[in-house]
Design a protein around this ligand. Sequence first.
Ligand code: FPP
Length: 259
Amino acid sequence: MVMPNLVKDAAYIAYESTLKKEVLSGEIPQHIAIIMDGNRRYAEEVLGESTIKGHTMGREKLKEVLEWCMDLKVKHLTLFAFSTENFKRDPEEVNYIMELMEKSFYEYADSEEVHKYRVGIKVIGDRNLFPESLLKAVEYAEEKTKDYNELTVYMAVGYGGRQDIANAVRCIAAKVRDGELDLDDIDEDLISSAISTSDIPDPDLVLRTSGEVRLSNFLLWQMAYSELYFTDVYWPGFRYIDFLRAIRTYQQRKRRYGA
Ligand code: FPP
């Protein structure tokens, strides 16, 4: 029926606008990190489609989230796109996602909006695991946006939080071995400076979709003091109001703990 949908849409727009005003009157988290989960379940349970379709929709959702971040002037966004464990999935699915990502990196790097808004794109994770063509796309996007930092987008691909810490430790240990550092120089700040996201602040807010309440080896070192927010919505169904609600909850918690 047309009418109820129109009423629903109007109510949704009004609610979104009220929420946005409320959120903009408070502190916007500088760095938001997102575990994008639930693509396959969305495709199967909500659309009754093949699971792979969920990833295409997940990719579309990502574009919207970038726009929301620009709209709210979020400075840094880190997205868990593909974990090291995800490489163990059916090769057909893995290839499909790799191709989607490859396409996305070229698209972002050439997008008018990315250049207009000066969005810097960077990738963290084990590049040895990437197919050659994805690696090329990643390098293309990083090179084309390397001078931008209005919004920095870190895409975690082939990423694991423990591996990130292990890499930092290896790097520091090599400096101790070579006499560039003393054992006593090793402290939290030094480890933070050797971690993959060392050029941006730690996440203020970490958000996960799809009802799972786990960190799944995401930014383990970096999220020591982050606010965590879990929502039941599957990633492709995530709406601006869900994003705004997450930020509002972050602001409410900050106010409570601050007092
Ligand atoms: C999580 O849902 C999603 C993934 C493991 C893949 C993420 C891929 C995208 C968002 C699409 C393309 C990405 C980029 C960076 C352009 P799931 O597959 O674990 O779904 P489930 O939890 O329902 O099984």
